[in-house]
Design a binder for this molecule. Structure first.
Ligand SMILES: [Zn+2]
Length: 313
């Protein structure tokens, strides 16, 4: 089980988040054996969606998706219900990956995507009645953390500092993220309070910039906060648990297959003896023998019948 902590600095409009993903990344790598660099990048994306989801005021999901022409063709990292993570990276067969620095925390995201696009989507659950919101993350800076700092400044008008570390001792299968965010001043704050808050923000972000990959990747959150910001007392909230969990299920797989139509289903069954669908996120295999395919075809007929009886107009 992995954990995310949020914290706030006493009497200052400054908050933070710390997240470390290890078992999540191990689970993500179980089905697809990602090279270390790819796993590190996926880890940073998963850490990002976990932190964004932690701030959601509604139930729903947060997804980070990319598509591009570089070594990374498509990717998706998702956090559902604030706690369930899953992700996938689709690579080209050409194994020439962009260089990253030795500890793997500084990925040149532009080179990975090569004129691609990176988007962050908030997907409220249906019952909220809210519309999804998608924002593009501009790839003007080199590493993902810096691109995201710009994104938060633009989309939320919040000054943000974000640092990632990939723990090299565990072969890149662990990522830690540290985020600091400057909240708006309290409306009643005096001029002196505002100045003090801004001074504290500048000092805290300067201190956070001194964090080494070893400190960020290996220290626990209490020790890290004390070591970096010991002059600024902060309150650590109880941790939130995170884990790798897929959302695939047999109902959804049924619907996907039914969209193929009766003819294609019958042909597939004839050709293969049994139809199998493997979930690309978790590797779960859904198998349909002759009986199961016959039931799907029955359902297709029932749906078609129901449509005929209840015309749309
Ligand atoms: Zn699955």
């Amino acid at each position: 089980m992995d954990h995310l902590y949020r914290f706030s600095f006493t009497n200052l409009p400054i908050r933070g988040q710390w997240v470390r993903l290890q078992s999540t990344l191990e689970a993500a790598g179980q089905y697809r054996a990602y090279p270390a660099q790819v796993s590190q990048l996926l880890g940073q994306m998963l850490a990002t969606v976990a932190m964004v989801a932690d701030n959601l005021k509604f139930s729903g999901a947060v997804a980070m998706q990319s598509q591009g022409n570089g070594a990374l063709r498509r990717s998706l990292a998702e956090c559902r219900n604030h706690t369930n993570l899953r992700g996938i990276m689709h690579l080209t067969d050409d194994a020439s990956f962009p260089q990253s620095n030795s500890n793997g925390s500084n990925h040149d995201i532009g080179a990975w995507l090569s004129r691609g696009q990176l988007a962050l989507t908030l997907i409220p659950d249906e019952e909220t009645g809210m519309q999804p919101y998608q924002g593009l993350v501009a790839l003007e800076k080199q590493d993902l953390a810096s691109c995201l700092e710009d994104y938060f400044a633009r989309s939320e008008q919040l000054d943000t500092r974000l640092h990632f570390a990939n723990n090299t001792e565990t072969q890149g299968r662990c990522v830690t993220g540290l985020l600091l965010q400057r909240l708006p001043n309290h409306p009643d704050a005096s001029e002196a309070d505002r100045e003090a808050a801004q001074d504290a923000w500048e000092t805290l972000t300067a201190l956070s910039a001194t964090v080494t990959s070893t400190e960020l990747g290996e220290l626990d959150v209490q020790t890290l906060l004390l070591r970096l910001f010991h002059e600024y007392p902060c309150v650590l909230q109880p941790p939130k648990s995170l884990s790798y969990q897929c959302t695939c299920n047999s109902d959804r797989t049924d619907s996907t297959l039914m969209m193929l139509g009766k003819n294609d289903l019958s042909t597939l069954l004839l050709e293969q003896g049994e139809i199998t669908v493997d979930c690309e996120f978790c590797g779960h295999r859904y198998a349909y023998d002759g009986g199961a395919v016959a039931r799907l075809i029955e359902q297709i007929d029932e749906l078609a019948q129901a449509k005929k009886e209840k015309p749309l107009h």
